[in-house]
Write a protein that binds this ligand. Structure first.
Ligand code: IVH
Length: 683
């Protein structure tokens, strides 16, 4: 491909990607599949790596991240980022309105009401329509330049394709969408990581991460609510909000113009409950004087504008009695404590239970049975205990002693050093673990046999028709038809015996047969290897291509696979070194399940690095470490983890360890920089 062809192709791809982004984020619809979209992006990134001179600052490839920022640059705000005066009381709000009226000396003014989004404030500067800088609030006077991270937020335009002032700033709030927060946390739990505490902190933490590709994977979003600039020609705040909406900025459609304070109060009441249905968390309402001349007339105090105020909804918390703590055992044997509370109404729903995470959390709160505790609903669906009312603690209360034995099978619980969670080690004999593994296996994302419900599985186990998931493939229609199982009725609050009908039996048999077509990566996920979630399973399947190669792989080979860390590697090695597990896999194999990847598309970019081995060390400016590893492989090279005399090259980034450098020098290994590496892969 010539340079000119590359440029044309880069332009064409960028336009196409921008078009689909626009449809998706501004018009809420799409014309292509996620897969096809990813392919377009991938192609663009490839070309930009090959022709870095055509990597433009508004390229949509920046959405996927990859830049590492070690220290964020401090930037002084052109206009300070002030805070807002706030109140929790409607009386005070009415008093504020009186002051506004007096200050202006007229009753002719309007308000503009917006929700107060609970996230992290961000300021975006555009010059000639191109996003130049994204800066956090910091101390209000100066903040951090988080541009690389902000560019991964798809709803933030990298370029505004309309007639806009030559320079302007828009401000808004970055947030972790509630749904996305739940998705990330479910994935973290699956991988054995601690869940993120709440959307707000997780959002601000994410925005300050060094590796922008992690930021990209978290799909943050941003609502804009403020336009600033010199010589902008707008008379009202509402007018400027309308304009930035037209320019393609993501403005929450929840705002409303109000003619007087009564209408403001109505807006406040209306959104008190409706706000819970929004994608972002909110903690109040911001009321702004709409006319900009009138705003100037009132001006600012040292900290905040006189022309705006925030009304905050009271935190939804309640206090209630802690009745008991019970413990649940999951499929991996992980034990989770649950607080059972005296039922209390919180934010419109009755709360009876709260999650306690682990033993450390109980100790941190110094919880005791009989305590009066405060419960709050944060971004999470499950409420949490935020503290104890010590004034009401019974005199004879004792600290909670954490459970020592499994509540299901009585085995002594274990806790690995450095881990917060207790485990029941009785993998084969502990009912919820056996059941949990089968439930995991049949779920839609895995083998997709979910016509088999938990109660039927229990029936199969109770009747000794199966003892593990491999047993499913020996089941016959005759065994299933009429199978008796216990079913729990919410209404009666008790179990009754039911039996499986013909139709259900046929459906289950068909689904089991059908599941033999499920691709290898999903079968691998279905096996339920600890820390091997969906994404990890995919990575492993693509890398090793079949189960034999994976089961023979060593710890060292595993950690060399992009995104596979020590803990996952250890767990995989552990799984395949247990005879019982390899026997299980053998049985599945003879039942005809897929244990190798279909039509492997081996991608290559070139063969310049054929048979050469590389160690990479340190931090790089143009690639993330994983990208660099991928690049080496795409060009025919091999990545190894330790330096030996057989090694060909050490690619040295910033901050590489001195020990590695010394060893490489001693063995006379050729040390190359990132730029030299890029030269090597060029044709
Ligand atoms: S306007 C000078 N509007 O609340 C007024 N702020 O307590 C500038 N916030 O730093 C702010 N939603 O981070 C404004 N609709 C909204 C807002 C909002 C959330 C945040 C913002 C600001 C803080 C002030």
């Amino acid at each position: 491909m010539t340079e000119d062809q590359a440029l044309q192709e880069i332009k064409r791809l960028s336009e196409e990607i921008n078009y689909h982004n626009h449809l998706y984020y501004q018009e809420d619809r799409s014309e292509i599949s996620d897969y096809d979209f990813d392919q377009l992006l991938k192609r663009l990134i490839q070309l930009e790596q090959q022709f870095p001179q055509y990597k433009f600052e508004d390229s949509p490839s920046q959405r996927v991240g990859g830049t590492i920022t070690k220290n964020f640059k401090t930037v002084v705000h052109q206009y300070p980022m002030l805070s807002l005066g706030n109140t929790y009381s409607k009386e005070e709000l009415i008093e504020w309105d009186e002051r506004v009226k007096k200050g202006l000396g007229t009753e002719d003014y309007q308000y503009f009401c917006e929700l107060k989004f609970d996230g992290t404030a961000l300021s975006l500067t555009y010059e000639k329509g191109i996003l130049k800088r994204a800066v956090t609030r910091g101390d209000g006077t100066q903040g951090d330049d988080v541009s690389a991270n902000a560019k991964t937020i798809r709803s933030i335009p990298l370029k505004v394709n309309q007639k806009v002032p030559s320079k302007f700033e828009v401000r808004g709030e970055v947030f972790f969408p509630k749904k996305e927060f739940e998705r990330v946390n479910a994935e973290r739990l699956e991988n054995g990581d601690d869940p993120l505490a709440n959307p707000r902190n997780a959002g601000s933490g994410t925005l300050k991460m060094q590796d922008s590709s992690i930021v990209a994977s978290r799909k943050l979003d941003c609502y804009l609510y403020y336009l600033l600039g010199d010589n902008l020609d707008f008379n009202t705040h509402s007018g400027s909000i309308e304009k930035i909406t037209e320019w393609g900025f993501n403005v929450s459609p929840t705002h409303r113009k109000c003619n007087n304070i009564e209408e403001v109060l109505e807006y406040i009441s209306e959104w008190e409950t409706r706000r819970h249905d929004l994608p972002s968390e909110t903690d109040g309402v911001v009321i702004k004087l709409d006319n900009l001349d009138q705003q100037n007339e009132l001006g600012f105090t040292a900290k905040s504008p006189r022309w705006a105020i925030s009304y905050k909804y009271k935190a939804e918390s309640a206090s209630t009695l802690l009745d008991s703590i019970t413990y649940q055992v999951g499929r991996t044997g992980a034990v989770t404590p649950v607080a059972n509370l005296k039922p209390v109404i919180l934010a419109g729903t009755t709360v009876k239970r709260a999650s306690l995470h682990n033993a450390n959390e109980i100790a941190r709160l110094d919880l005791r049975i009989g305590d009066t505790v405060f419960v709050e609903k944060g971004g999470e669906i499950i409420p949490k205990i935020t503290g104890v009312n010590l004034d009401q603690r019974p005199a004879d209360s004792q600290p909670v002693e954490y459970l020592k034995e499994c509540p299901e099978c009585g085995s002594a619980l274990i806790r690995k050093e450095g881990e917060a969670i207790h485990y029941c080690p009785n993998t084969d004999g502990c009912a919820p673990q056996i059941l949990g593994r089968i439930e995991h296996f049949i779920q839609r994302k895995a083998m997709d046999i979910d016509s088999l419900g938990a109660e039927t599985i229990r029936g199969l186990l109770d009747n000794k028709l199966i003892s593990d998931y491999a047993g499913l493939y020996q089941l016959t229609y005759e065994q299933l038809n009429g199978l008796e199982f216990k079913s729990f009725s919410e209404k009666k609050g008790d179990y009754s015996v039911r039996s499986l009908r013909k139709k259900s039996a046929t459906n289950i048999i068909n689904a089991i047969e059908e599941s033999k077509k499920v691709p290898f990566e999903r079968v691998l996920f279905a096996l339920g290897i600890r820390y091997v979630g969906q994404t990890v399973a995919e990575k492993l399947a693509i890398h090793f291509k079949n189960i034999e190669a994976l089961s023979r792989s060593t710890q060292e080979e595993l950690v060399n696979v992009p995104e596979i860390g020590e803990r996952i590697a250890e767990s995989v090695v552990d799984f395949f070194s247990t005879e019982k597990n390899t026997a299980l896999v053998e049985r599945l194999k003879s039942s005809g399940l897929n244990f190798e990847i279909e039509e492997v598309q081996v991608e290559t970019e070139g063969n310049n690095l054929a048979d050469k081995t590389f160690v990479i060390s340190g931090v790089f400016s143009q690639f993330s470490r994983d990208e660099l590893k991928e690049k080496i492989k795409l060009n025919g090279g091999k990545v190894v983890s330790s330096i030996s005399s057989k090694l060909d090259f050490l690619v040295a980034g910033d901050k590489m360890g001195p020990a590695k450098l010394e060893k490489a020098n001693k063995l006379k290994i050729q040390i190359i920089s990132e730029d030299e590496f890029i030269q090597m892969i060029k044709v």
